[in-house]
Design a protein around this ligand. Structure first.
Ligand code: NAD
Length: 471
């Protein structure tokens, strides 16, 4: 199926958008990989109406039927894995091995959610009364996704919504819509028309979704300011919201840590997907006793990366996804240099076409420098020295975000005591950025509202109905 035209998919049919035209750019070389026109608000209305019609029957399918259909979707994603991975590399930029991991993750998440039970909670069962808590689908769910892990995040939204009996309208990022269009096509080969629909567009269509009176829930993954817009726009019909927003995750490396044994994992969890990962390690606090040795080790790992087009053999580090983000990373690193930051590796964009920027590690900076204070969401890591653990904990928590955090050290009991003091939705010990289909994940503070994954995440797509039976 041609993907050079990025269409909409409404009620089982691919149709062209009639709004503003747009191009999808390959960030490795700035060529146009696909183009299309955004959906108009009338086309959004059509997609929502199709999802509403489909809801009437989809909601009546049994758990067993939905489980079987979701496994069929997982089979079909597996069958189309090569094509999906190639599309991801071309529009998102990540190296092929990461794109394959993304497709593999999409399959794993689909299968896990397919098999999840929707619990009925028995609240009272006495001689005269039985009270049960049942979970009902909400209706039409809208999914708004970002450009960093576009296929994986679409799956995180779509599959639990389907499992619980909802129908969906997806709006992928206008920067990376093609993989999601292909995914929705694959799903439409298996599910009835209208159950999963897709519209293209950016801010205007996102706002129309948030305000739409016939959408019951928005599941959104993206930046905090956009999440705030959605929340205020969603008030009209009290939409249910799950908001997975920005982060500026701190990691604390304790004295006594074996630098050789943690450096690789610290590098990988900071620079995963070129640092464009919500829960990547974004501020590294290192005790002064091992500061220099860890910096040297991290810089050596960074220097060994092969930066280039994700489709090229041997590439380990791809481009930044888009021109704005590329410009932002250039600015943040330049500002850090101007503030006295010591560049240990990288520090300049690569010459030529494409948004290529090598992994960059900046030492000798601290709070007050933008690279520390703001979410960089790219391949530049600040390393901050500390000598007092209480200071490190205070600096880690001195942040509006609260997505993830981590503590690294040889004594897990000691690390755990510190972990409990970090203000974040997930805290890892001797790891970071690991998300799993069975472990709930969500942000505290300005990093979000609600959780995804596991039964807790699944239930966010449902309304509790209490059934009170007088026997
Ligand atoms: P973004 O907020 O700019 O865009 C995300 C999506 O929202 C896109 O589809 C965009 O078209 C849409 N949008 C833009 N304006 C809108 C509006 N006013 N109303 C409704 N929708 C609108 O974010 P991004 O740049 O695509 O992604 C990067 C951000 O996402 C980072 O802050 C990152 O931390 C965050 N993120 C968070 C998680 C998480 O799980 N917490 C995961 C991935 C990314």
């Amino acid at each position: 199926m041609s993907l050079t035209h990025c269409d909409l998919l409404i009620d089982g049919q691919r149709i062209a958008g009639v709004g503003t035209s747009f191009n999808v750019i390959n960030p490795a070389n700035e060529s146009i990989m696909s183009s299309g026109r955004m959906a108009s608000t009338e086309q959004l209305d059509q997609a929502v109406a199709a999802a509403r019609r489909a809801f009437n029957t989809w909601r009546t399918t049994t758990d067993a039927e939905r489980t079987a259909l979701l496994h069929k979707i997982a089979d079909s994603i597996e069958d189309n894995a090569d094509e999906l991975a190639r599309i991801i590399v071309q529009e998102q930029g990540k190296p092929m091995f990461l794109a394959q991991m993304e497709v593999g993750g999409a399959v794993a998440w689909t299968r896990y959610n397919a098999d999840l039970e929707i619990p009925v909670n028995v609240i009272e069962d006495s001689e005269h009364k039985r009270i049960e808590g049942h979970r009902k689908p909400l209706g039409v769910v809208a999914s708004i996704t970002p450009w960093n892990w576009p296929l994986m995040i679409a799956i995180w939204h779509i599959i639990p919504a389907l499992r619980t009996g909802n129908t969906i309208v997806c709006k992928p990022s206008g920067l990376t819509p093609v993989n999601t269009l292909r995914l929705v096509e694959i799903i439409n080969e298996i599910l009835p028309a209208g159950v999963v629909n897709l519209v293209t567009g950016e801010r205007a269509i996102g706002e129309a979704i948030s305000r739409h009176s016939d959408i019951d829930k928005v599941i959104f993954t993206g930046s905090t300011p956009t999440g705030q817009h959605i929340m205020s726009n969603a008030a009209g019909n009290l939409k249910r919201l799950t908001l997975e927003l920005g982060g500026n995750d701190a990691a604390i490396v304790l004295p006594g840590t074996n630098v050789d044994s943690v450096a690789e994992a610290i590098f990988n969890t900071a620079f995963v997907n070129m640092g464009q990962t919500c829960a990547a390690l974004k501020r590294l606090y290192v005790h002064e006793s091992l500061y220099d040795s860890l910096c040297i080790k991290l810089a050596a790992i960074a220097d060994a990366q092969v930066v280039g087009d994700g489709l090229a053999e041997g590439t380990t580090f791809g481009p930044i996804q888009n021109a704005n983000q590329f410009k932002r990373i250039c600015e943040l690193v330049d500002d850090a240099k101007a503030q006295g930051g010591r560049i240990l590796c990288g520090g300049e964009p690569m010459a030529g076409k494409g948004y290529l920027y090598p992994p960059t590690i900046v030492a000798d900076i601290s709070k007050g420098v933008r690279l520390v204070d703001e979410e960089q969401f790219g391949p530049a890591l600040p390393v901050i020295r500390y000598n007092n653990l209480d200071d490190a904990i205070r600096m880690a928590n001195d942040c509006e975000y609260g997505l993830g955090g981590s503590v690294w050290g040889p004594d897990t009991a000691e690390a755990e005591l510190i972990a409990h003091q970090l203000e974040c939705g997930t805290v890892w010990i001797n790891n970071h950025a690991e998300v799993l289909p069975h472990a709930p994940f969500g942000g505290s503070k300005m990093s979000g509202l609600g959780v995804e994954f596991g039964t807790d995440g699944l239930l966010e797509y449902t309304q509790l109905q209490v059934v009170n039976i007088n026997k």
